[in-house]
Ligand binder design. Structure first.
Ligand code: ACM
Ligand code: ZN
Length: 484
């Protein structure tokens, strides 16, 4: 019937609501009453013979109730059994990240993704909007970011151009649509690393003003933002400021992940600033920059988020939320930060990165994982779809489903029962098929034997690009030119 499983279902011993073969929830006779005393996103549905009665906290809760009704209509056949559902989520922020930077997703595809998220009661969409391989948002102050930065000459999969970006009107449309479904949107501008598409557009944003191309292969690129130059830092603030007026929700993500320091170590501007700040290492150098941006975002009335991993320095402003892909109760770095009052979002790579193969993050592993860590400081949990190896929407969907449903259940429901979840999934395949999502067979989503081994090998080959032979060659050239 319903995924995620509602907190309480009371089946009534009476006739249910009969539905015709052509159905839409708009056709249901529904008696709606607002009840602001219900918990956040909470609703109560009473399904009777000719009438559905709905109590809901607010418009967001109403969307959650609508998702339950849509699923009932689509899975129950002729009659929805008479029942009372009382429901509200376990975890307050249930998020999904879509990487639109590596490969562009059209506005229509993003809206469709919002439909899926609403149907499975997620309330947060995080958009990873720029990376080495592409800049996807129109910025009025810096038009070359999209004129140049949104186009790459080829990709790992094809010797063909790939391009695309959202105009500011497109972005407003996405945000408005998400809000209509009770979903907030978190934009991410990833700085100072993963910034090569911006440096390709404006060479002066990087160290040495070098002409680089939008990255054509994958991996962590060395041409990061030159944070030794005030002009670059100001430009980044201008970009964020433009986007803050479009993305009207509370959070703004500033990336901060995987920042190699090779350019900074040779750049005269960076060296000068590094000394002026009295840094002991380049993690600290980056930390000063993240703190400056964090304060800028807070002064503009929003809450900054950053990926946590590169900053074990203990000097990151504790008002910046950490999104953690390696969260662990036993890790001293986290224990210290929690003690300082750091708020966190759990986005643990294994099992919540949906781009990882099923041989690593299989459906059962995703379902079984306990997402509540450091509960006192946890503001949410996120599952991420990175685009490095997903050259089209079809592959992206295969990775997302059915794992998204497993995450949905564990973030919403207090009950946990893998066996019955898997039974429900069969019903939900019908719903997904009406959306054009082909069901992933069990031998693929919980692979064993040779399929599992193959799946792991396929993933391992990615390391070749990630460590980056192209990086090593370029870096050697730059050292020769600018190094002492
Ligand atoms: C990340 O996985 N690079 C955030
Ligand atoms: Zn520099």
């Amino acid at each position: 019937m319903i995924i995620p499983r509602p907190q309480k279902i009371n089946l009534l011993n009476e006739k249910g609501y009969s539905i015709d073969s052509i159905f839409d929830i708009e056709d249901l006779a529904c008696n709606e009453i607002q009840d602001t005393t219900l918990p956040n996103e909470g609703y109560i549905l009473a399904i009777k013979e000719n009438m559905v009665e709905l109590k809901y906290k607010d418009h967001i809760a109403k969307e959650r109730a609508k998702a339950s009704l849509t699923q009932l209509v689509k899975t129950c056949g002729q009659e929805i059994p008479a029942m009372i559902i009382e429901d509200a989520p376990k975890i307050q922020m249930r998020a999904y990240m879509l990487d639109v930077a590596r490969y562009f997703f059209s506005v229509e595809e993003v809206l469709k993704q919002i439909d899926y998220l609403a149907l499975y009661k997620f309330n947060t969409l995080h958009l990873h909007l720029n990376d080495d391989q592409g800049w996807r948002v129109e910025i009025k102050a810096f038009p070359k970011l999209t004129e140049i930065g949104s186009i790459r000459r080829r990709t790992l999969f094809r010797l063909k151009e790939h391009k695309g970006y959202y105009t500011q009107d497109d972005l407003r449309k996405i945000v408005d649509y998400a809000h209509s479904k009770g979903i907030r949107v978190i934009p991410e501008i990833d700085v100072p690393g993963h910034f090569q598409s911006a440096v390709a557009s404006y060479p002066e944003f990087g160290c040495f003003n070098r002409n680089v191309r939008v990255a054509e292969n994958f991996g962590v690129k060395f041409d990061v933002a030159c944070i030794g130059k005030e002009n670059t830092v100001d430009a980044i603030k201008t970009i964020i400021k433009e986007l803050m007026s479009i993305f009207t929700d509370e959070y703004f993500h500033i990336g901060g992940d995987e920042v190699p320091s090779q350019r900074w170590e040779l750049c005269p501007h960076c060296k000068q600033k590094y000394l002026a700040l009295g840094c002991k290492n380049y993690n600290e150098f980056q930390a000063h920059f993240m703190n400056e941006l964090g304060a800028f975002i807070i002064n503009n009335g929003k809450t900054p988020i950053m990926w946590n991993e590169s900053n074990p320095t203990g000097i990151i402003d504790e008002r910046i939320v950490w999104e953690c892909w390696d969260i662990d109760y036993n890790n001293e770095k986290f224990q210290k930060e929690i003690a300082r009052g750091r708020k966190i979002i759990n986005a643990k790579t294994e099992p919540y990165y949906l781009d990882l193969p099923y041989g690593i993050n299989n459906l059962k592993r995703v379902y079984d994982y306990e997402p509540l860590v450091f509960e006192e400081n946890l503001i949410g949990v996120e599952t991420c779809l990175w685009g490095e190896l997903l050259p089209n929407v079809k592959t992206a969907r295969k990775k997302t489903f059915p794992r998204l449903l497993a995450v949905a259940e564990r973030l919403w429901s207090n009950e946990k029962d893998y066996f019955s979840f898997e039974q429900e999934l069969i019903q939900h395949n019908k719903i997904l098929e009406t959306f054009g999502v082909k069901p992933t067979p069990k031998w693929l989503y919980n692979p064993t034997g040779i399929v599992k081994i193959f799946s792991k090998l396929w993933w391992a080959r990615r390391v070749l690009y990630w460590a980056g032979l192209p990086n090593i060659i370029t870096n050697a050239k730059i050292k020769k030119k600018y190094g002492r």
